[in-house]
Design a protein around this ligand. Structure first.
Ligand SMILES: Cc1cc2nc3c(=O)[nH]c(=O)nc-3n(C[C@H](O)[C@H](O)[C@H](O)COP(=O)(O)OP(=O)(O)OC[C@H]3O[C@@H](n4cnc5c(N)ncnc54)[C@H](O)[C@@H]3O)c2cc1C
Length: 385
């Protein structure tokens, strides 16, 4: 066995043991009650640190685990088998924080890596979801300071955050394609006067994973609260967030594998007309299609990871992963409910929960439709269309 293969197996066995001990036993309770008791969340955080899983995505130079993209994709695939409500407590701070400079490093980046502070990524607004450029949140200069106004919703995380990375309009640039809003990312501490954070809508996907509403009313921010450069918020987000969509894809593969396992067991053991229902083509072919879909999705993720490691991952590559893996998962989840028949919808079995959880994957981090726009653009733009 090469040391690479050995390390991968060690990593996978660590993550699987962690999921079995710290995550899976709590899934039903969290889904039923719609919340994660704070002491349970803290226990997951603490044990994730002990297991070396906390901040595994961040580079070693800032105290993270320094795992390769390939290793991260394997870990995220295991996390994807369960619910965000629980595995998000195993912190993976947004890599956007690596853009911190000067005092920001000790104030935001390092505490996030150590698990002392939690951040939110705040882009979406009630009137600006898919159309992120339609955002109304804005900041104007007041001397050296900035004054932030606006609101955000659907901003998600496991618990009340300590600070948020907030995207806001700070001006308009004239470009060849017409006027374009300047978007800037700000680091905004919870507790700053004028900044209100409260729990928002409750999602039936990943029950217990919280969404927050953020309101900014003349929030005064110092010049050192800009993350990256003024007017370069989208470029910054684009630089780091592509991999976020690949992780969505790999999570979908993990969840699909779990669902396929449950559906296969049911098809092999449930008998009707005197035989296992899996022997009816209508059921057996569903299992075959699930296996084809999952294999293809896994290959797509593996290809994206290689492209990323070689520095040639494009936006269209990322969108293909996001669309294919999330839609594959939804086909798998829906077919699994069909294979389970009425029992598929009963609260006593996990299939209905996995089916509900799967649905979000086609929506967040950019809907399937928006991903298809990105792919279409990459096909037509070179032709000037
Ligand atoms: C549980 C949850 C957690 C989330 N967490 C975060 C977070 O942490 N941070 C954050 O910033 N955001 C977060 N989001 C927001 C998420 O990214 C948005 O919900 C998503 O981008 C879609 O925006 P929308 O819901 O406003 O839908 P809309 O933009 O209103 O879209 C509605 C429908 O119209 C379609 N549509 C819109 N425009 C087009 C078009 N041009 N062509 C074709 N179809 C189109 C969409 O594809 C969709 O089907 C979260 C959302 C949820 C539900």
């Amino acid at each position: 066995m090469t040391s690479d293969v050995h390390e991968t197996e060690l990593l996978l066995s660590t993550v699987r043991a962690f999921m079995a001990a710290e995550i899976y036993p709590h899934e039903d309770m969290v889904d039923r009650t719609g919340s994660v008791p704070p002491e349970l969340g803290l226990q997951i955080e603490t044990r994730a640190k002990q297991a070396g899983l906390y901040s595994a995505n961040m580079p070693e130079r800032v105290g993270g685990g320094g795992l390769s993209m390939k290793a991260m994709s394997l870990i995220e695939r295991e996390y994807g088998k369960s619910t965000h409500a629980l595995h998000s407590w195993i912190g993976r701070p947004t890599e956007l924080l690596l853009a911190c400079k000067g005092d920001q490093i000790e104030k935001y980046l390092m505490p996030a890596v150590r698990g002392e502070k939690r951040e939110l990524f705040a882009l979406t607004e009630p009137e600006a979801g898919s159309d992120a450029m339609g955002m109304k949140s804005n900041a104007h200069r007041d001397g050296a300071d900035w004054i932030l106004n606006g609101s955000k919703h659907f901003i998600s995380g496991p618990r009340m955050p300590d600070f948020a990375i907030v995207f806001a309009v700070t001006g308009v640039d004239e470009t060849k394609r017409g006027p374009r809003k300047r978007i800037t990312a700000f680091l905004v501490d919870v507790g700053t006067p004028g900044f209100d954070v409260r729990e928002g809508n409750k999602s039936v996907s990943y029950r217990g994973y919280k969404t927050f509403q953020l309101a900014f009313n003349d929030v005064r921010l110092g010049p050192d609260q800009i993350l990256g450069e003024e007017g370069k918020g989208f470029e910054l987000a684009g630089e780091w967030l592509g991999m976020g969509r690949v992780w969505v894809g790999t999570c979908c593969c993990g969840k699909a594998e779990r669902i396929i396992g449950l559906a296969t067991d049911w098809a092999a053991n449930r008998k009707q007309f005197g035989q296992p229902i899996g022997q009816f083509q209508g059921t057996g072919f569903k299992l075959a299609d699930m296996a084809i879909g999952l294999r293809t999705a896994d290959l797509l993720v593996a290809d994206a990871v290689v492209r990323a490691e070689e520095g040639r991952l494009t936006d269209a590559d990322v969108s293909m992963v996001k669309v294919y893996c999330s839609e594959m998962l939804n086909r798998v989840a829906d077919d699994a409910v069909q294979i389970f028949g009425g029992m598929g919808l009963m609260e006593e079995l996990p299939i209905q929960r996995l089916w509900r959880d799967s649905r979000l994957e086609r929506i967040w981090d950019g809907t399937s439709e928006i991903q298809r726009h990105i792919i279409t653009r990459s096909i037509l733009r070179p032709l000037g269309a």
